[in-house]
Design a protein around this ligand. Structure first.
Ligand code: DQA
Length: 167
C-alpha cells in the first residue's frame, strides 16, 4: 500500500522568518524629535545639513553596500516605537538618533532590545561636552556602537559599521 500523502498543512516551505532571508538587506534609520528641523535648528550645534539631505546621503551609502534604507522621523515616541517594532520583520540593522528621547525614554531602548537587531546610536553633537542632562542616554545601553560629535558623517560611519557586520 502506498504511504498516504501528508496533508498540505504538513508540507512545509521555508518561512520568511529571518532577517537574512529578505530579498535585499534593509537598514532602518530612525530620527527623533526636532530633527525634522535640521538645517535651521541651532546650526552652530547641529550644522546646516537638512534631514532630507542626511537621509539621501545615508541611502546612497547604504546602496553602495547593497543595502536598502527605510527612513523614519517623528516627534512622537510611539511612532518611533512602532517603526522599531516593524523592523523586526524586514530589517537587518537599525541606526537611530533618538534626539531628546535619548535622555528620557525607557520605552525606546525596550523596543530596540525586543527586536534583537544590531543598533548604532548616532548624535550629531557630542552630548558629553554639553549640558549634564544630555550626558546619559538610555539607548546607549542597548546600542552596539555609539557615535557622537561627528555631525552628519556619524550616520555614514554607522552605515559602514552595519554593512561590514552584515557582510
Ligand atoms: C542630539 C542630541 C540631543 O541631546 C538633542 O536633544 C537632540 C539631538 C544630537 O544629534 O546631537 O535633539 O541627539
Amino acid at each position: 500500500m502506498r504511504p498516504e500523502t501528508p496533508p498540505r498543512a504538513y508540507t512545509t516551505r521555508p518561512l520568511r522568518r529571518y532577517r537574512t532571508e529578505v530579498d535585499k538587506p534593509r537598514l532602518l534609520l530612525v530620527n527623533g524629535p526636532n530633527l525634522n528641523l535640521l538645517g535651521t535648528r541651532q546650526p552652530e550645534i547641529y550644522g546646516s545639513t537638512t534631514l532630507a539631505e542626511i537621509e539621501q546621503q545615508v541611502a546612497e551609502t547604504a546602496a553602495g553596500y547593497g543595502l536598502e534604507l527605510r527612513a523614519v522621523q517623528s516627534n512622537h515616541e510611539g511612532v518611533l516605537i512602532d517603526a522599531i517594532q516593524a523592523a523586526r520583520a524586514d530589517c537587518a540593522g537599525i541606526i537611530i538618533n533618538p534626539a531628546a528621547y535619548s535622555h528620557t525614554s525607557v520605552a525606546i531602548p525596550d523596543a530596540l532590545s525586543a527586536v534583537e537587531l544590531p543598533v548604532v546610536e548616532v548624535h550629531l553633537s557630542n552630548i558629553h561636552t554639553r549640558e549634564s542632562f544630555r550626558h546619559h542616554s538610555y539607548v546607549s545601553a542597548v546600542a552596539e556602537v555609539v557615535i557622537a560629535g561627528a555631525g552628519p558623517a556619524g550616520y555614514q560611519y554607522a552605515v559602514r559599521y552595519l554593512a561590514e557586520k552584515l557582510s
